[in-house]
Structures are given as structure tokens and as C-alpha cells.
Write a protein that binds this ligand. Sequence first.
Ligand code: FAD
Length: 384
Amino acid sequence: TSGNDPIVIIGTGLAGYTLAKELRKTDKDVPILMLTADDGHSYSKPMLSTGFTKNKTAEQLSMADPGRMVEQLAVDVRTFTTVTGIDAEKQCVLVGDEAITYSKLVLAWGADVIQLNIAGTAQESVYAVNDLLDYRRFREAVEGKQRILIMGAGLIGCEFANDLINGGFKVDIVAPCDGVLPGLVPDQAAAAVQDGLTEAGTTFHLGQVVESIDKVEDGVCCTLDNGTQVVVDAVLSAVGLRPRVQLAKDAGLTVAKGIVVNRLLETSAPNVYAMGDCAEVDGHVMLYVLPLMECARSLAKTLTGTPKEVTYGVMPVVIKTPCCPVAVLPPPVGAEGEWSVSGEGRDLKALFTDESGLVKGFALTGALVSERQALAKAVPPIHR
Ligand code: FAD
């Protein structure tokens, strides 16, 4: 390494680009090199599940191409450059045979979609949408088509169901759980969302999994484990995300569910940091935008000489299912307590309280989503 080695950021998603922006607020000159496996376009990932409603192509969802980001942020960006290894001792990242040295390294390389191993002859008709390039492929594939089967009834599956319905598609959802948004909201709130999506035109097959996906004359036939067959034009897999940890693990960094970092976002290796979907920050893996913004702000300070621990406040998540909007603050993992639900029809307020009566989480549906800010004030933050 030499004195001029750049800060290297791996990833140009919201985590990578937000960090670069924050860094430039405090230091105009420090060299920054960004490496990305994708095309380096800047985009807001949450918009991917509103693209059919708004009828936006991938080009229209791109906010800036990498050339513009290079100019705006005074950084170097290398696109379609997949990092294949890290040598934490020599302070370099590997891209095949090439070694790139860093002064500080930030892992902002996101999460992988979980891939199911399903039998059948129509594997190429199964899509997942976790970045802008995926979105482009999926959108092109379903252009002029009508029927889509979504595997998964979590946040992403429900958002895409609503979005595709708004885009004029016929949607079937298949998922092994008994209700939508498993683990996020209590049963009654899940029922309200399922009701809204059903009324909008979604057909649910809950408590079921897809066993095989095969080519047939007029599309692909999905066979469920109860024998039901659903013929569609394409399958969208939305069964979950897993922080990318393998390269970090291979390099000897401590990993758990995500790449383990403390509140300074330091990994177990010197001068190596992690943030965004790949990181497990002080025990929390949070695959959302607000936590990564907090991390970008404090990490920018830390990397430019003023160490600052990240603080997570109360960060409710709004689920983009306009047929029955939801705002949820999931209770902390392992929290003891009970849900209590009030309200009527699809307008529900569910509170998760511990034995001392303290609200630790909530779920709001329908018209009551508007109470989320007020309610958030009653919940203790993750960090003080
Ligand atoms: P990513 O955006 O995945 O970026 C990872 C980057 O790393 C990419 O540039 C990739 O090319 C690069 N990379 C990966 N591996 C390598 C490698 N080996 N070498 C080089 N580069 C590599 N959150 C909310 O808070 N609200 C929402 O409404 C919301 N809606 C969402 C809707 C959808 C459809 C999805 C999929 C997610 C949504 N989220 C939402 C989650 C939120 O978008 C993510 O938490 C956030 O965008 C993650 O950003 P990231 O930069 O960590 O990861």
C-alpha cells in the first residue's frame, strides 16, 4: 500500500453511492474508487416495485449513469467489475488476477436473492428482481404478457403483486406461509392486506409451494404440492434475500447473518468496513434504506478522521401495497411480548407490547398508516 491509495467502496447501490456523497461533504479530495459488478447506474431500489404502476422502463428509473456519478462525486467508478477476493493483510481487493490496494475498504455489496431449486423444463422463465438490470430483464420478458405467478408472500412479493396488478397483469401468489407478510405483522393485519390484494385481483395459494415449472404450449405450467396447476407467462421469485458474506468469510472476516460490524461499522479486519444490506450492524441485519443512510452519514465521518458510532432511531417501514397500505415497525428479534389489535375492516392498529406495557413494535394498515409518525415517538429507539 502507499499513501495515495484510495478509499475503495465495493458496490454502487444506495449504500455505496450514499456513502460517496456523504464523504464528499466532509472531504473534497480524498481519492475514492468504486467497484461494481453491475452497470453502475444510480437508482432508488424501492422504485423497482412501483415500476409497473408508474409504467417506467429501467432507463426511466435510472437517476444517473456512472459517467454522471463520476462527475458529480469526483470518484472513479469501474463498472462490470466483480471483486473475487480480499487480502486484508496486504490491504488489497482482487479482481481476478488484478490486485487493487486500498487505504480503507468499504463492503457495500448488498444481499443475494435466495434461489429455490425447483424441478422442471422452464427454469429460464423464473425471474427475481433485486436490481435495475434484473428489472430490465423482467420487464422485457413480460412485455405484452398477462399472467404472472409470484413465489413468496413477504414484503417484496406483496409489493410486486400490487404493482403488477396495477400494471394490468393477472397475478397468482404461492407461498408456504398461512398469511401474507409472515414475521412482519400479526395475523389480523396480514388478513387485511391479503383481503385488499384479493379484491384487487390476486389469487392466493397459501400453505403451498411450487414443485415444478414446465414449458407448455401457451406458457409455463406451475405445479403446486397439492396438485393444483397454474399456467402463466412468467414466474417471479420473491422468497427472500441473504446478505452477501462469502467473500468476507473467505478473507477471514467475522460473519454471522451478515458481515459483522460494530457501531463504527468496522469489520474484524483493520481498515475494512461494511454497511447496507450485507452488514450486520451491532447485531442488526436491516435490509432497508433508512438504516443504510444513517450508516453512510456516520461512516463518512469515521473515514475522514472523526470516528462516529451509528445510532439507529425508530425506523418504521412503509410497505407499498396501495390496495391496503401498511406501516410496520417489526419488534426487535427475540423480543418478548404480545400483539393487540384494534380498528375495523382493513383499518387496523396492532401494537406489540412487552410485559411492562412498553410498545416495542407496531403494524398499521389502511387509513391508520397515517398514525405511524406519532406512534413511532412512543417506541424506544434501537440506540440512544
Ligand atoms: P444493493 O443495491 O444490492 O447494491 C449492491 C452493489 O454491490 C451493487 O452495485 C452490486 O453490483 C455490487 N456488488 C455485489 N457483489 C459484488 C462484487 N463481488 N464485486 C463488485 N460489486 C459487487 N427498503 C426500504 O427501506 N423501503 C422500501 O420501500 C423498499 N422497497 C424495496 C423494494 C424492492 C423491490 C427491493 C428489492 C428492496 C426494497 N427495499 C426497500 C430495500 C432497499 O432497497 C435495500 O435495503 C437497499 O437498496 C440496499 O442497498 P445496498 O447498496 O446495500 O445493496
